[in-house]
Ligand binder design. Structure first.
Ligand code: GRF
Length: 185
């Protein structure tokens, strides 16, 4: 039996798009009602939900609403792809071991929200991409897969970023398949 996945994204959603073109996605969730990922979902015919933390009394209530969606859709694996919130206790308690994240650096190097820029301005010769299990820290969970991406002489921050993203688009589908998510037929 294939694993049923949901993808969480806060903004652009290019990783979501790559995943949804290759795998059935039960739904996409965004914590921003105006996120571009929601337009991508519509075009791809993937169900989507969006609500914002500020619409709830507290983060627990917000995450309980997310848990309801995951339960309703019988999700086996939560795939974070540019979801820019820390996952807190009700959601993590319920889905730890069933939630993965992609980070655009070679963890534990350059965790946090600006992994690409931080590596670039640190002047590294190489950075990378990491896919890991989500735990209560920031980009700190057990690593599933990571690959190096070199910084080339000719790179600008834009070309460096493009090559990091290209590696993300290659690795996330490979990892999903390795975790038992079946490709579209
Ligand atoms: C990706 O670089 C991902 O690694 C990071 O946020 C970015 C999201 O990009 N966590 P997109 O929304 O998938 O285009």
């Amino acid at each position: 039996m294939t694993k049923r996945i949901a993808v969480f994204a806060s903004g652009n959603g290019s990783n979501f798009q790559v995943i949804a073109e290759q795998f059935p996605v039960a739904f996409v969730f965004s914590d921003h009602r105006d996120a571009y990922v929601l337009e991508r979902a519509k075009k791809l015919g993937v169900p989507s939900y969006a609500f914002e933390l500020k619409e709830f009394d507290n983060k627990t209530a917000y995450e309980e609403a997310i848990i309801d969606l995951l339960d309703k859709h019988e999700i086996d694996l939560v795939v974070l792809a540019g979801y820019m919130k820390i996952v807190a206790s009700p959601l993590l308690a319920r889905y730890e071991g069933r939630m993965i994240n992609i980070h655009p650096a070679y963890l534990p190097e350059f965790p946090g929200a600006h992994g690409i820029e931080d590596a670039w301005y640190a002047g590294v010769e190489e950075s990378g991409v990491t896919i890991h299990w989500v735990d209560s820290g920031v980009d700190s969970g057990k690593i599933i897969r990571q690959e190096r991406v070199p910084r080339l002489e000719s790179d600008t921050i834009d070309t460096f970023e493009e090559r990091i993203h290209a590696m993300e688009y290659r690795l996330y589908p490979e990892v999903l398949e390795s975790l038992g998510v079946e490709r579209r037929r």
